[in-house]
Design a protein. Structure first.
Length: 93
């Protein structure tokens, strides 16, 4: 959406990293999530021609990405709405 509304930012973008679906995990399997992912794909279609590299990652990648407690606590600086929500998510999941 940002690239569509402000195309002048495109040269500043090194790559787009997207996560969707899964290899060993179930991934986005509900009709709503599949539709959402399809719509994102449709929005990015103009950029698939090599203007901006796109890296697709499955949900499985998140199981190997560990967050350090110090970094996670630093999210509190983002304010209660974002920081506390991120910390709650990490502790819950």
């Amino acid at each position: 959406m940002a690239m569509i509304k402000a195309p002048e930012i495109i040269p500043k973008i090194n790559k787009i990293v997207m996560m969707g679906g899964g290899y060993f995990e179930g991934g986005n399997i509900t009709p709503l999530l599949s539709l959402t992912y399809m719509l994102i794909h449709m929005q990015l279609t103009p950029f698939y021609d090599g203007v901006c590299p796109i890296v697709m990652m499955p949900l499985d990648v998140t199981h190997k990405a560990l967050m350090q407690r110090k970094w996670l606590e630093g999210l509190r600086d983002l304010g209660p709405a974002v920081g506390e929500s991120c910390i709650w998510n990490d502790e819950f999941l």
